[in-house]
Design a protein around this ligand. Structure first.
Ligand code: BG6
Length: 491
């Protein structure tokens, strides 16, 4: 199957932090793929910006390396790479001085072209860069700002950042990126829920027992320990990616998939989250920190060794029982879990339905498990619906659990594009549906802040867990306390 590609309008993408990790691993390869698929018009330009002194040619060398390192061998076509690199240039500029800015302003002057300013820098540089973009008159009607998470460290600082960037760019030209929203399976949540009549009638407390959202990683924080130690799993993953997934599962059907219709519904979910305040944190939340262990076949150091510190209160794992106080979800727990250096890399959403009210089968049929809908975000993207089926053959009515299994890789014979490919082109197209609006980010912090406060008032340290396991045993107890278990693939 060939993916349909619609070329976008001519644009210039100005990437701040162009020599950093995100640009190299994600942004440059994503733009290359869009070029390769014919989506970038010939007038498109990519301008890397960072404080490093570098010529256009040297930056093209950096971009070439990043393409070779992060694009699958089948897509490495020398002529295509060179044609793409011919669109790429570089400008040195300092976020906190005027150096390089007049030259930058000169280079982005392409009348009529969409200007996309992508701030792939540390959070502290967002505001100074924005201010200078304004001061050097680079912002016009066709300019768009893309900011990476985290926006702020808590509600107060997020508001301050939003205020400051709002002085330069109006809200409808600010794209707060949460790359989870650009993942194919995450977008499929909307298709699954709103393009099928089957699920919506049972998508509520009368039929759903609980929901699980797991984002597990095998990687540690090596190389990013400096940033990570100021963030932790709650700010790095829950405040954005996991709460966004929760919103897409829990929101009411929007009136359309226009940006504001979807974001209005997500906002209502965030506002309905029951606050987890001081008294509830120990019962509802488990935080952990990895120790040395084994991961992917080899020994790995613990978090403190990677950080090179004797002690840290930063959590690398968090499991939470969240509740949504509205008519649809009252009484349905949402178990959220994320961590580094866990036993496997898996992101999935499990909608666990209620058990049947009464069994007509005798004990010989075996246990009748409740249905589960599993949306596998990564890897092995797909959707599984676990059902009870009769065991084939004679021998009476014996039942077993079997999945209706839709794997994207086997159903669609296309490359699964990286989230950044979709999101970058959405910015050029001016489509904000998959980006976070200011009020969403602030509502998410409103729920997160009391947890951070409770932790900072508590003498407890995160619970240690061995790398290569599923986190502290307390996370198992968190869900088992309510008579449920974390989902394990039953195939
Ligand atoms: C980022 C976090 O937003 O998401 C990282 O800052 C995390 O800590 C990453 O590793 C996970 O993204 P993905 O797409 O690899 O699941």
């Amino acid at each position: 199957m060939v993916a349909r590609v619609i070329a976008v309008e001519p644009f210039i993408a100005v990437v701040f932090g162009a020599t950093g990790d995100l640009a190299s691993r994600k942004l440059i390869p994503a733009l290359y793929h869009r070029f390769q698929d014919g989506q970038m018009p010939p007038e498109a330009r990519v301008l890397g910006v960072s404080r490093r002194a570098m010529s256009d040619e040297a930056f093209r060398g950096f971009a070439r390396e990043s393409i070779h390192a992060h694009v699958a061998p089948a897509d490495l076509i020398a002529e295509t790479i060179e044609a793409f690199l011919a669109m790429v240039g570089y400008q040195q500029a300092h976020a906190d001085s005027e150096e390089g800015w007049p030259e930058l302003a000169e280079r982005v002057k392409h009348p009529g072209r969409i200007r996309l300013f992508y701030l792939a820098t540390g959070p502290a540089l967002l505001v100074p860069i924005c201010e200078r973009l304004g001061r050097f008159e680079m912002v016009g009607d066709r300019s768009r700002l893309v900011v990476e998470k985290p926006v702020g460290k808590n509600l107060g600082s997020a508001r301050a950042v939003n205020e400051a960037i709002g002085l330069v760019f109006p809200e409808d030209r600010i794209y707060r990126i949460d790359h989870y929203l650009g993942k194919e399976t995450v977008q499929n949540l909307m298709a699954l829920r709103f393009a099928n009549a089957l699920f919506e009638p049972v998508w509520n407390a009368a039929h759903v027992d609980h929901v699980q959202i797991t984002v597990a990683e095998t990687l540690g924080v090596a190389g990013r320990a400096g940033y990570y130690d100021t963030a932790g799993a709650l700010r790095d993953m829950v405040q954005n990616h996991i709460l966004q997934l929760l919103c897409l599962v829990a929101m009411e059907p929007p009136t359309s998939i226009s940006a504001d219709a979807v974001r209005d519904e997500k906002l209502k979910v965030l506002k309905a989250l029951t606050p987890i305040t001081d008294g509830l944190t120990t019962e509802r939340i488990v935080r952990g920190q990895y120790r040395a262990g084994a991961s992917e076949g080899g020994p790995v150091p613990g978090y403190l060794e990677e950080l090179n510190a004797g002690q840290s209160r930063t959590e690398t794992f968090v499991a939470i029982r969240a509740d949504i106080a509205n008519w649809r979800w009252a009484g349905v727990p949402f178990y959220l879990r994320t961590g580094k250096r866990l036993a496997g890399r898996v992101s999935e959403i499990v909608v666990a339905f209620q058990p049947i009210p009464h069994s007509v089968f005798g004990t010989a049929a075996g246990p009748i498990n409740a249905n589960r809908l599993v949306i596998r975000v990564q890897p092995d993207e797909g959707v599984k619906l676990w059902l009870m089926i009769k065991d084939p053959g004679p021998g009476g009515m014996r039942l077993q659990q079997v999945a209706l299994d839709m794997s994207f890789a086997t159903t669609f014979n296309v490359r699964n594009p990286d989230a950044y490919e979709r999101l970058l082109m959405d910015v050029v197209r001016g489509n904000q549906t998959l980006f976070m609006r200011r009020d969403e980010v602030e509502a998410a912090w409103t729920w997160i802040d009391p947890i951070l406060d409770a932790w900072s008032n508590s003498p407890d340290l995160p619970k240690p867990y061995t790398s290569g396991t599923w986190g502290p045993s307390a996370a198992v107890a968190l869900i088992e306390r309510n008579g449920r278990t974390w989902h394990e693939d039953m195939s």
